[in-house]
Design a protein around this ligand. Structure first.
Ligand code: GLA
Length: 356
């Protein structure tokens, strides 16, 4: 007998360093944050039938046939996609209502869409009451990360990689995750901040990964691989990349350089060398701006505000073309007005429900 209700939370993420490396089988170093999406799921009296989803912040609702969720645009695509993909993966589903709420700005580079997909999956899996349940700890979490990424790719139309989903699912308090996307190995790296602080500052510019230049950048990386005769940029040598025509040379150079920076950042974190992390963050931003060409005037102004305030490093986070800027501040240095502190928090989990 399935549980009658459950509540699931999935966090957004900030990527310390390693941008646009995930779909190139490279390295990234994100951490889950305290802000995220909560889904409250309640079963209807009988199995099968129609699912009702309500986005509380938007004051919008959706209703669809659980057995056959048809494609649709906007936030509804994530709900229908999560249900359809879970069903396809053999998870029993129970019709009911889903109440979605959150404190994560959308399109701001903090991974609101992955938080939504993951929270939906955790809630739907638990509500379904099958053998595999989040509360039993026997769900293949990497399978869920991949499944969520299919929701993003096939239902929402953004050809994103696995960075956000893995960070949202595998995040741990006080740790960043060094992810190797070639092997999908995850190394938890302690974030001993020792008085250093991380802030995000919103550029005010919104994007959706489906309609920004994100898919175009991904296509350019694929074209570079084709010309080099490699399966992914992780296999490309710097010498070969230098021979590519522009803009493919620039795009691939960013990816190769960013992977090196992730390794250096892990080493710097392990030795508590935050000034070195700051320099790597700055170098990452310069590369994203000059080689990968995904910064905007609003993002540049925001980076400038962080640096003027005294940040040891500042860079755009996420897909680019707007969103938030990450800033690293030494002890005692104040972040600019409007900046929000971010701390490495726990990954997706079920919440205890208060009695109705
Ligand atoms: C978005 C995508 C991720 C990743 C980043 C860039 O957040 O969802 O898969 O590609 O952009 O690092």
């Amino acid at each position: 007998m399935p549980d009658e209700s459950c509540a699931a939370f999935a966090p957004g993420r900030v990527n310390l360093i390693g941008e646009h490396t995930d779909y190139n089988q490279g390295l990234a170093l994100p951490f889950a944050i305290d802000e995220g999406i909560t889904v409250l799921a309640r079963a209807h009296a009988r199995p099968g039938g129609r699912m009702v989803a309500v986005a509380l912040d938007l004051d919008e609702r959706d209703e669809f046939e659980l057995a056959d969720p048809s494609p649709v645009a906007g936030w509804r695509a994530f709900v229908r996609g999560a249900a359809a993909e879970l069903g396809r993966a053999g998870y029993p589903l129970v019709a009911g209502s889903l109440q979605i709420s959150g404190d994560l700005p959308r399109g701001a580079g903090l991974s609101s869409s992955a938080a939504l997909e993951v929270a939906l999956c955790v809630a739907l899996i638990e509500l379904g009451g099958g053998e595999r349940r989040w509360s039993r700890g026997n769900v293949d979490r990497m399978q869920i990360a991949r499944l969520c990424s299919r929701v993003e790719n096939d239902w929402a139309g953004a050809r994103t990689g696995l960075l956000d989903q893995i960070a949202s699912i595998f995040g741990e308090a006080r740790h960043a995750l060094c992810i190797d996307f070639r092997t999908l190995q995850i190394e938890q790296v302690p974030l001993e901040l020792a008085g250093w602080r991380l802030f995000v500052l919103d550029s005010g510019e919104r994007h959706t990964n489906a309609s920004s230049g994100y898919n175009e950048r991904r296509q350019e990386c694929a074209s570079a691989c084709e010309m080099l005769g490699v399966r992914s940029l992780a296999e490309a040598s710097p010498d070969a990349v230098r021979g590519l025509p522009e803009p493919l040379r620039a795009r691939a150079s960013h990816v190769l350089g960013e992977n090196v920076r992730v390794r250096s950042a892990v080493a710097a974190l392990r030795s508590g060398d935050w000034p070195a992390v700051g320099s790597l963050i700055n170098a990452s931003h310069a590369s994203l701006r000059d080689l990968f060409a995904i910064s905007t005037d609003a993002v540049e102004r925001t980076v400038e505000r962080m640096l003027t305030a005294g940040a040891a490093g500042a860079r755009l986070v996420g897909g680019g073309f707007g969103g938030n800027v990450l800033g690293l501040f030494a002890p005692g240095v104040a972040a600019p007005a409007g900046a929000r502190e971010v701390r490495p928090g726990a990954g997706a989990h079920l919440l205890a429900q208060s009695p109705a």
